[in-house]
Design a protein around this ligand. Structure first.
Ligand SMILES: Cc1ncc(COP(=O)(O)O)c(C=O)c1O
Length: 424
């Protein structure tokens, strides 16, 4: 059956897809190219979401498409644990070179972000022979039992899904003294295997820490035999203007998790870490049927080629500057914009009500307004009031401008409704 109509597909969807697997938009995608998504009815949308930080190189980049086609014609799966292949080994080699840390590294490939975090925790516990895992109180690490336990926000991620995994401790984010106190009241340093941290909180609200926070966290870890695991799943691959956000602070994590923009939408994630730690686990202790899928690895090679050949980090830096300037202007002019958040092109706007409290309903209204005008936006934040931008780094100037104009018009309308209320 070929139903080229959003309404009909929506109707069918309600019969066959569970409610829990909800979508932010009501249109159904027919194709996507660069920073533009087209639905089955031919409507075009400027994409400021990038499939949640996955499409940094843009939708259907020809180099990615060709790499996928070429690999698919050779073979699509043998299982790396049964018949290994070179493109995964070469990709591991590339990842060891581009990730922070001038030391010998090894790479474990798995499929999703959550699976990478799960494996980083397994490896850290194995290596340290300790069980405690410290995460932050605004963290998001996934939806599996372990990673939803590590995730901070209860609704919708954890609500009703307990019991949760043991030995996960949520510490305050962004203040080293508060973190040190946590090791008095929350868990002791001796029992802590690892601290797992997003460089910039993603789902938690695009919160960047003070510049000295992570260097001090890494030092605390080193002094106490605790592994420092950077979850660069959302921040990685140029999102913030550097290949990995930890580079901003000169921090070299013991282990890193990467996923999302690594393979431009093909399911691929990895744990990249110090060789000694990665090698501590016995043969067969790590793995999975689809890990290091050859088609996904081919796509990831193309992504890394694109970064090298098309100067994407430079583009990301420029994009970050444009977004920061525009968002700061809105903050100066509009009372609804309470705070400009994030780092580089990973930018967020915290919307607030007149009394300074989080404006979650207004954030939803803005997303809906923008969608009606042809712009796809995402919210985040523990209060659901942060608008975040994760557009492809290859977005063209006029597409970016049009998207920002739509956002501005939506924000002005919301601001006007505040004034309207005041006048009543
Ligand atoms: C920082 C971070 N870690 C982990 C995950 C989980 O990744 P996945 O949805 O691929 O399991 C996400 C997804 O948004 C993320 O942003």
């Amino acid at each position: 059956m070929n139903t080229k109509n959003n309404k009909d597909i929506r109707k069918l969807r309600t019969q066959v897809i569970p409610n829990g697997y909800a979508s932010g938009t009501t249109c159904y995608v027919e194709s996507a190219k660069g920073a533009i998504i087209k639905d089955v009815e031919g409507n075009g949308y400027i994409d400021f979401a990038g499939g949640i930080a996955v499409m940094n190189v843009g939708h259907s980049h020809p180099k990615v498409v060709n790499a996928i086609k070429e690999q698919a014609e050779k073979f699509t799966h043998t299982c790396f644990m049964v018949n290994p292949y070179e493109n995964a080994v070469r990709l591991a080699q590339r990842l060891t070179k581009i990730t922070p840390g001038d030391f010998s590294k090894k790479v474990l490939f798995v499929n999703s972000g959550a699976e990478a975090v799960e494996n980083a925790v397994k490896i850290a516990r194995y290596y340290t022979k300790k069980s405690g895992i410290v995460v932050f109180d605004t963290a998001y690490h996934g939806r599996t039992c372990l990673t939803m336990t590590m995730t901070a926000k209860v609704k919708p991620y954890k609500w009703g899904f307990g019991p949760f995994a043991p030995e996960i401790y949520h510490a305050p984010f962004g203040n080293i003294e508060a973190l040190k106190d946590f090791f008095v009241t929350g868990i002791d340093l001796e029992n802590t295997a690892a601290i797992v941290a997003e460089p910039v909180m993603g789902e938690g609200g695009f919160i960047a820490p003070p510049d000295d926070f992570y260097p001090q966290v890494a030092k605390l870890c080193k002094e106490n035999g605790i592994l420092f695991i950077a979850d660069e799943i959302q921040t990685g691959f140029g999102r913030t203007g550097k290949m990995f956000a930890m580079e901003y602070w000169g921090v070299e994590p013991d282990l890193m998790t990467v996923a999302k923009s690594l393979a431009a939408g093909m399911p691929l994630s990895a744990v990249v870490g110090k060789a000694e730690i990665m090698d501590s686990v016995h043969p067969g202790g790590l793995g999975g049927t689809y890990g290091a899928n050859p088609v996904a690895c081919a796509a990831a090679h193309a992504v890394l080629d694109i970064f090298e050949e098309e100067n994407l980090l430079e583009k990301s830096k420029k994009l970050g500057e444009i977004l920061t300037a525009k968002f700061n202007k809105w903050k100066d002019e509009l009372t609804i914009v309470g705070e400009v958040r994030g780092l580089g092109a990973m930018r967020g706007l915290a919307l607030i009500k007149e009394d300074g409290t989080p404006a979650a309903d207004e954030a939803k209204q803005l997303v809906s307004y923008c969608f009606d005008k042809g712009l796809i936006l995402l919210v985040c934040g523990i209060h659901g009031n942060v608008i975040r931008t994760l557009m492809p780094l290859v977005i063209e100037d006029d597409q970016l401008q049009r998207g920002l104009d739509i956002m501005e018009a939506g924000l002005s309308e919301l601001e006007e409704s505040f004034h309207e209320l005041e006048r009543q």
